[in-house]
Design a protein around this ligand. Structure first.
Ligand code: ADP
Length: 933
C-alpha cells in the first residue's frame, strides 16, 4: 500500500516537473520573442531608408546640375533602394495592420517618386542633348556670320549680338533654377526668328536649329526642375516615419508582452526553485532519517546479536545466516552451518506433531513462538525460547525465516529444580498436618498442599493463579464482607509483617465457614521487596468449642472473683474502721504521761500488734486484689531518679533507727525515664529497700543503683550487707507468707511483700529477681522497661527531695470542722484535738449538719470522711468548694478506703491531703499544724 502511495506520488512529481519545464520553456520562448538585434537592425534599416531616399534626391540634384556625365549613380541608388525595400519587407511585421498600411503607403510614394525620376531622366536626356547641340550651333552660326563680314548687313550685325546674348542668356538660364531669364530668351528668340526671313540659306537652318534647341532647353529645363521639385517635395520622410512609428508600436507591444511573460517566468521559476528547495530539504531530511534508521537498525542488529541467537533460513530450512552467538551455543563453525539444514540441531524431545505445527504456522506467514530444545555439535541439549518470523514477498508468501532465540537452559534447569522443590515442599507441608498455601506478590495462588485442598474443598489446579482471598476468605467471622485490600492477612503481608490470628474464618467450597488459626509469613526477594506470602492454617472448630467452654467457665470465675473483690473491698473498709479506733486510742495512750511504765508497755504492745495487724490486713488485701485481677496499673513515663529519692526519704527513718547507711549510686542530674505505674513501682522499691534494711546486720549498708540492660530495661538494684539467704531457702521465696530468715520473729514482716512486688514488676512488663550469698548479703533487682525515649540525661531542678518531717508550729485560736459518721473515729479525733492547744474542733455526724456548721463556724480546716450517708466526702467537697468562702480553705480526707488507687483518686479530685485510717496520729497532727500555720 505504502509502496503504491509512494509510486503515485513519484508519478505526480514527474508529471508536475515536466509540465513546469514545458511551461517554463514556453514562457522563456515568449519572453525572448523580442529580438534586440533584429530591433537594432530595424532601426538601422529605417535610417537606411532615409539615407537612400536622400541619396537619390542628392543624385538627382547633382545630375540636374551636370555633375555626372551619366545616370549611373542615380540608377544605382534607385536599384539599391529597391533591393533594400525587398529585404526590409521580409523583416517588417506586416501581419500588423498599422505597419502594413504605413508600409504600403510608403511603397506607393516611392513608386510615384521613381516615376518622377524616370520623367526627370528622360527630360534631362533631351535637355542634355540640346545643351550639347546649342553651343555647336552657336559656334556654327558665329562662323557663318563671320564669313559674311561684319558690315555686310546691318541685320547680321544685330543677329550677331543677339545670338551672343542668347548664348549668354541660355547659359545663365541653365545655370539658374526656376524660370528666371526665360522672357529675355523668348524675346531674343523672337528677334532671331525675324532674321530667318532675311538670313541666307546657310544661316537660316542654323537659326532654326538654334531656336528649336532653345525651345527644347526651355521646356525640358522647366520639366526637369518641376520633376526635381516634386521629388524633393514628396512626403518621403513622413512615410518613413509612419512605417517606423507603427513598427515601434508593434515592438513596444511585443516588448510589454515579453515583459509579462518574463515576469511570469520569474515567478514560476521562483516557485519552482522554492519547490525544488523544499524537495531537496525534504530529501535531505529523509536522507538523514534514513541514515538514522539504518544506524538504529544496525545498532538494533548489534544489540540483537549481542543478546540473541539469530539465524535465517530459506523456506526449506537451509541456513543462510547465523550470528556469533548461534555458533557459540551450537558449537558449529559458521561454514559448517551455512547451507546446512536447520534440522541438524533437532532434538528428539519434541515429537513430529510439534514440528508439524511449527512448520504449518510459519508456512502460513505467521510468527511461531515457543520453547525448543536443540542439540549442539557436541551432543549437549540446550533450551531456547524461539521466535520464528517469516519474511514475505510481494505475494505475501514467505521466502525466508528469521529465527531469534534466547538461551533459557538455566531457567529450564531452575524450573526443574523448582518442580522438585515444590514436590519436596508438598511432601513436607502435607506432613505437618496443616493447610498451607503460597501467594505471589499480587495475591495469586502459586501453591496449595494436600491438607489445604482437603480443608477448603478446592483442587490446587482450580485456584492456581487465582486471588485465593475471593474464594476462601471473603467474610469476617461476624459475616461482614472483606475485600482483598481490606483483608488483615493481605495488609500485614504487604507491610512485611507476620500475621497470626485465631479469629479468622475460611470458607469451604460448599460455602460453610470454619474458624482457623492462621499464620501468614511474607516472603522477600533479594532486593528486599515483598515477593509473596506463605500461609499455614488449621481448622480450629474443636479448639473454639473448647475455648467457648473455657470462656464460660472464666465468666463464672470472674463473677466469683468480682464477688470476692467486692467482699475484699468491704472487708478492707470494715477492718480498717475498728483498727482506726484501736490504733488511734493506743497512740493517744502512748503519749498520755499519766500512765505508769507497765501500762505504757502494754499500750506499746497493743500499738505494735495493731500496726502489724494493719500491715497484714493491707498486704493480704492487696495480694487478694492482685490475684482477683482487680488491680489496674497506669503505665506512664516517669523519672525514676525522683521516685528513688522519694522512696529513700521514706525509708530513711527506719534505716537510721536500725543504724543502716543508705546510699544512692547515681549521677546527680541524671533523669532516667521508665514506663511504669508510679505508685506501684514506688511500692516495690520501698518494699525491697525496707527488706534490705530489715534483714541487714547492725551498722550495715544498703546501696540503691541502676543500670540499663541489653533488653532496653532499667535494672534497679538494691544491695545489702546482711546475712544473705541460704541457697536451700532461696526457692521458698516468693511464696505467700514464706519467711526464710532465722530470727524472723524479731523482725516485723508478713512474707507477702516479695510476692506482691514480683507480681507488680511483671504487670509492668518487667521482672524481679535476686542473688544472695549467705553471710555476705543479697542483691534484689527489678527490671522495668525504659520509656520510648530510653535514658535521657537532663538537668532536673524539680527533683523531689526527701521530705523533711513537718515542724510543729504553734497556732492560735484556729477552728477545725470534722465530719464523720463513725462515732469511734469521731471520738478518737476529738480526743486528739483536746491535746492540741489553740485549735477548736467542731464536728458533725452527717454532711448536711457539716455544711451548716461550716457556714456558721467558718472553719480554717475541714476534715471529711469519704464513706458517709446522704452525701459522699467527694460530693461534700464539691459542695463546699462552690461556696466562695470555702474556695481556698484546706480540706483533708480521712478515709478507710486506703488502697493506693483510692489515695490517688482523692488527691486528684482536689483534696489537699488524703489520710488513711487507721490514722498515724503523729502524722495527722503534723498535717493539721501544717495547714493551720
Ligand atoms: P517480709 O519482709 O514482710 O517478711 P517479704 O515478702 O518482703 O516479707 O520477704 C519474704 C522473706 O524473704 C523475708 O521474710 C525474708 O526472710 C526474706 N528476705 C527478703 N529480703 C531479704 C533480704 N534483703 N535479705 C535477706 N532475706 C530477705
Amino acid at each position: 500500500m505504502t509502496r503504491w502511495v509512494s509510486l503515485l506520488k513519484f508519478r505526480h512529481f514527474i508529471i508536475g516537473a515536466v509540465l513546469t519545464a514545458l511551461s517554463l520553456s514556453y514562457l522563456f520562448h515568449k519572453s525572448s520573442s523580442v529580438d534586440v538585434n533584429h530591433h537594432s537592425d530595424m532601426i538601422n534599416s529605417f535610417s537606411m531608408m532615409s539615407q537612400l531616399s536622400i541619396a537619390i534626391e542628392k543624385f538627382m540634384i547633382e545630375t540636374r546640375h551636370g555633375y555626372f556625365m551619366n545616370y549611373d549613380p542615380l540608377v544605382e541608388a534607385v536599384r539599391e533602394q529597391k533591393s533594400f525595400h525587398q529585404r526590409l519587407q521580409q523583416k517588417l511585421p506586416l501581419d500588423n495592420v498599422d505597419v502594413k498600411n504605413a508600409w504600403d503607403n510608403y511603397l506607393k510614394l516611392t513608386r510615384s517618386k521613381l516615376n518622377m525620376i524616370e520623367t526627370f531622366k528622360s527630360h534631362h536626356a533631351v535637355l542634355r542633348n540640346s545643351q550639347h547641340y546649342f553651343p555647336i550651333l552657336i559656334s556654327q552660326l558665329s562662323g557663318l556670320l563671320n564669313n559674311e563680314g561684319l558690315d555686310a548687313n546691318e541685320d547680321i550685325g544685330s543677329l550677331r549680338r543677339d545670338y551672343q546674348l542668347l548664348n549668354q542668356k541660355v547659359t545663365s538660364f541653365l545655370m539658374t533654377p526656376g524660370d528666371q531669364g526665360i522672357n529675355d530668351i523668348q524675346k531674343i528668340l523672337r528677334q532671331l526668328r525675324q532674321y530667318t526671313g532675311v538670313a541666307s540659306k546657310e544661316i537660316k537652318p542654323v537659326l532654326d536649329d538654334i531656336t528649336r534647341h532653345v525651345d527644347i532647353i526651355i521646356s525640358n529645363k522647366q520639366d526637369i526642375d518641376r520633376s526635381l521639385q516634386n521629388v524633393l517635395q514628396m512626403q518621403n520622410e513622413s512615410a518613413i516615419y509612419h512605417v517606423r512609428e507603427s513598427y515601434f508600436r508593434v515592438y513596444s507591444q511585443q516588448q510589454a508582452r515579453a515583459n509579462l511573460y518574463r515576469l511570469a517566468l520569474i515567478i514560476i521559476s521562483g516557485l519552482f526553485a522554492i519547490i525544488i528547495f523544499l524537495i531537496v530539504m525534504r530529501l535531505s531530511k529523509a536522507r538523514e532519517k534514513l541514515e538514522k534508521t539504518v544506524n538504529d537498525l544496525n545498532f538494533m542488529k548489534f544489540a540483537l546479536d549481542q543478546h540473541a541467537i539469530v539465524s535465517t533460513t530459506n523456506i526449506k530450512g537451509d541456513i543462510t545466516y547465523v550470528n556469533k552467538r548461534f555458533c557459540q551455543i551450537t558449537g558449529y563453525r559458521k561454514e559448517e552451518l551455512l547451507g546446512n539444514n536447520h534440522r541438524i540441531l533437532k532434538s528428539p524431545v519434541h515429537d513430529e506433531a510439534f514440528f508439524k505445527d511449527l512448520w504449518q504456522t510459519i508456512a502460513k506467514g505467521e510468527v511461531w513462538q515457543g520453547e525448543l530444545q536443540n542439540i549442539s555439535k557436541s551432543g549437549e541439549a540446550f533450551w531456547v525460547f524461539a521466535s520464528i518470523v517469516p519474511t514475505l514477498n510481494e505475494k505475501g508468501k514467505p521466502f525466508q525465516y528469521i529465527s531469534i532465540r534466547t538461551d533459557i537452559t538455566s531457567r529450564k534447569l531452575m524450573e526443574e529444580a523448582l518442580r522438585k522443590e515444590q514436590a519436596f515442599l508438598s511432601g513436607l507441608t502435607n506432613a505437618i498436618g496443616q493447610g498451607v498455601y503460597v501467594l505471589d506478590a499480587e495475591g495469586l495462588c502459586t501453591f496449595m498442599n494436600a491438607e489445604a485442598q482437603n480443608l477448603l474443598g478446592w483442587d490446587f489446579e482450580e485456584l492456581k493463579g487465582k486471588i485465593i482471598h475471593d474464594y476462601i476468605h471473603y467474610e469476617t467471622c461476624d459475616g461482614e464482607g472483606v475485600t482483598k485490600d481490606e483483608c488483615p492477612i493481605s495488609q500485614a503481608v504487604k507491610e512485611g509483617e507476620v500475621f497470626r490470628s485465631d479469629d479468622e474464618v475460611f470458607f469451604h467450597r460448599d460455602g460453610t465457614a470454619f474458624p482457623v488459626s492462621a499464620v501468614s509469613v511474607p516472603m522477600t526477594s533479594d532486593t528486599g521487596e515483598i515477593s509473596g506470602s506463605v500461609t499455614a492454617f488449621s481448622d480450629i472448630t474443636e479448639n473454639k468449642r473448647k475455648e467457648a467452654e473455657l470462656l464460660e467457665a472464666r465468666n463464672t470465675a470472674l463473677q466469683a472473683s468480682k464477688a470476692k473483690s467486692d467482699f475484699l473491698s468491704s472487708m478492707s473498709h470494715e477492718l480498717r474502721t475498728p483498727m482506726n479506733a484501736i490504733l488511734g486510742f493506743s497512740q493517744l495512750l502512748e503519749i498520755d504521761e499519766s500512765l505508769n511504765e507497765e501500762q505504757q508497755d502494754f499500750v506499746s504492745e497493743i500499738n505494735k500488734a495493731g500496726q502489724h495487724l494493719l500491715e497484714l490486713i493491707n498486704e493480704v488485701l492487696d495480694l487478694a486484689r492482685i490475684e482477683a485481677g482487680r488491680v489496674e496499673l497506669v503505665l506512664e513515663d516517669i523519672n525514676f531518679t525522683d521516685l528513688a529519692y522519694e522512696a529513700l526519704s521514706l525509708i530513711e527513718p527506719l534505716a537510721s533507727k536500725n543504724h543502716i547507711a543508705i546510699e544512692l549510686e547515681s549521677k546527680d542530674d541524671e533523669e532516667i525515664l521508665v514506663n511504669a505505674d508510679r505508685t506501684r513501682l514506688k511500692q516495690v522499691v520501698i518494699n525491697l529497700l525496707s527488706n534490705a534494711v530489715k534483714y541487714n546486720r547492725p551498722e550495715g549498708s544498703v546501696t540503691l543503683s541502676c543500670e540499663q540492660t541489653l533488653e532496653q530495661m532499667l535494672r534497679i538494684k538494691i544491695a545489702d550487707t546482711g546475712y544473705g539467704i541460704p541457697v536451700d531457702k532461696q526457692k521458698e521465696l516468693f511464696q505467700p507468707f514464706s519467711r526464710v530468715t532465722e530470727n524472723e520473729s524479731e523482725i516485723e514482716g508478713t512474707g507477702i511483700g516479695l510476692v506482691i512486688s514480683r507480681t507488680m514488676a511483671e504487670m509492668m512488663g518487667g521482672t524481679l529477681g535476686f542473688e544472695s550469698i549467705e553471710g555476705e548479703g543479697s542483691v534484689f533487682w527489678i527490671d522495668i522497661p525504659l520509656s520510648g525515649r530510653e535514658a535521657i540525661i537532663s538537668n532536673d531542678n524539680n527533683r523531689v527531695e526527701a521530705k523533711e518531717a513537718p515542724k510543729v508550729v504553734a497556732v492560735s485560736q484556729k477552728k477545725v470542722l470534722y465530719v464523720e459518721d463513725n462515732p469511734a473515729n469521731l471520738r478518737l479525733v476529738t480526743n486528739i484535738f483536746t491535746k492540741l492547744d489553740g485549735i477548736e474542733l467542731v464536728s458533725a455526724m452527717t454532711p448536711s449538719e457539716g455544711m451548716e456548721l461550716a457556714a456558721s463556724e467558718k472553719p480554717d480546716l475541714i476534715l471529711l470522711d469519704i464513706n458517709m450517708p446522704e452525701m459522699s466526702g467527694y460530693e461534700m467537697y464539691d459542695a463546699l468548694r462552690e461556696i466562695p468562702a470555702f474556695s481556698k480553705v484546706p480540706i483533708m480526707a480521712i478515709s478507710a478506703n486506703a488502697m493506693p488507687a483510692d489515695v490517688e483518686k482523692g488527691l486528684s479530685h482536689g483534696f489537699d491531703e488524703y489520710l488513711t485510717k487507721p490514722l498515724d496520729i503523729k502524722n495527722f497532727i503534723d498535717k493539721v499544724h501544717q495547714y493551720l500555720s
